[in-house]
Design a protein around this ligand. Structure first.
Ligand code: ATP
Length: 134
């Protein structure tokens, strides 16, 4: 079976390196499923799960935005932060979610603080979703 090399890289180093039969991700333009031989492209990702299908199993990776670069035999994901499902600290994500919800409920915040809280909430919800797939 044909496979792809897959790397998920953050400023702290690689989070995942391996081969896959398929990589699914959520680009800003919509769902992006990549099989070996895909045409080259670069696309921005949403705060979402990347799913790497390998030997009939699927590894979930939480990515906090970033970019996907697709080449026919390689997928590279560059993200500011990324975690494997099994490495996510659930308590930390729950606390981040509660903190963000509290901030969003405050009415005296400026637009920038509101936007920051919204992104923090999305990151936390995404981590909690991905942590369910371990
Ligand atoms: P927190 O408020 O808990 O720090 P955050 O969304 O602000 O959450 P980020 O700025 O996205 O955190 O990430 C900072 C670093 O912490 C990254 O290396 C990221 O992988 C890691 N990280 C954040 N939350 C978690 C988590 N729940 N489990 C494991 N690693 C995490």
């Amino acid at each position: 079976m044909r496979t792809l090399d897959v790397s998920v890289v953050t400023p702290d180093g690689p989070v995942f390196e391996g081969t896959a039969e398929m990589v699914s991700s959520k680009a800003k333009s919509g769902e992006l499923g990549v099989l070996p031989g895909h045409i080259p492209l670069v696309a921005p990702l949403t705060i979402s799960a990347v799913r790497v299908k390998q030997d009939g199993k699927t590894q979930y990776v939480a990515v906090s935005g970033g970019f996907i670069e697709v080449r026919p035999e390689k997928v590279t994901i560059l993200a500011q932060a990324a975690e494997l499902a099994e490495e996510i600290e659930v308590k930390r994500a729950e606390e981040a979610k509660e903190r963000a919800e509290r901030r969003l409920a405050e009415t005296n915040q400026n637009d920038l603080d509101q936007a920051r809280a919204e992104y923090a909430l999305r990151r936390a919800i995404n981590r909690l979703d991905v942590a369910n797939h371990r």
